[in-house]
Design a protein around this ligand. Structure first.
Ligand code: GLN
Length: 219
């Protein structure tokens, strides 16, 4: 499989991109959907499967999928420690669903030996919606993004059970459960904007990546 998206068909924005250089962790899950959205927004997108592919990135997306598999593969491929170091260094990272689980400092209902990368000062419960309501759609107010509510698709998603002092909730369900959080350059959502045509979270992430790129390229 190609590791470089520029050799795959991603539309015209990719070829001429001067936007921030963003990676999408491509160990497992819906990384192609994220890559298409980011490329369409003008980012210079690459897929990340090896530690050296993290170098020179201005931002990273960790997709939805299965966090237990992403955890195992990231450790097996020697990516977990470089990813933790990049997060600690302030790299903008956006995690959706399993990606949010990977970014959480503390997990509930994890499998034995499951580890997260951490970075977000939150407690996240996996598969929090139970068998009757594993997948559903709803509209969420997200004041940080302004404008219309965000149409959110949940697919066996996690919830943020508690938000520590370093993190800020961005959106909650009607029952008060938190489903989107931010902490500095880190962003996490329980749901999947990459599959609904809702691009404001990706734009919000790319603003962070753009600021990182500008700072890195200032002499
Ligand atoms: N239930 C999955 C997990 O625990 C997440 C599902 C998703 O990313 N859509 O990783």
């Amino acid at each position: 499989m190609n590791t470089n998206l520029r050799s795959e068909s991603l539309g015209p924005a990719d070829a001429a991109s001067t936007g921030p250089r963003v990676g999408v962790l491509a160990l497992q899950g819906d990384f192609r959907e994220h890559a298409r959205v980011l490329s369409g927004l003008g980012a210079d997108v690459s897929l990340v499967r090896r530690p050296n592919e993290l170098a020179a990135l201005d931002g990273l997306v960790i997709p939805g999928g299965e966090s237990t598999v992403m955890d195992k593969l990231s450790r097996a491929y020697g990516l977990a420690e470089p990813l933790k170091a990049a997060i600690a260094d302030g790299l903008p990272v956006y995690g959706t669903c399993a990606g949010l689980i990977m970014l959480a400092d503390t997990l509930l209902d994890a499998i034995a030996d499951q580890q997260s990368l951490g970075g977000l000062d939150v407690v996240v419960r996996r598969n929090a919606f139970g068998s009757q309501n594993q997948s559903f759609e709803t509209d969420l107010d997200v004041p940080a993004l302004g404008g219309e509510p965000v149409h959110a698709v949940f697919i066996r998603g996690p919830v943020v059970e508690s938000v520590g002092p370093a993190a800020t909730p961005l959106a909650s369900l009607a029952d008060g459960r938190v489903v989107a959080v931010e902490q500095g350059n880190l962003l996490g959502t329980s749901f999947h904007p990459e599959i609904t045509g809702e691009h404001r979270f990706h734009e919000y992430f790319l603003e962070k990546a753009g600021r990182r790129a500008a700072a890195a390229r200032t002499p």
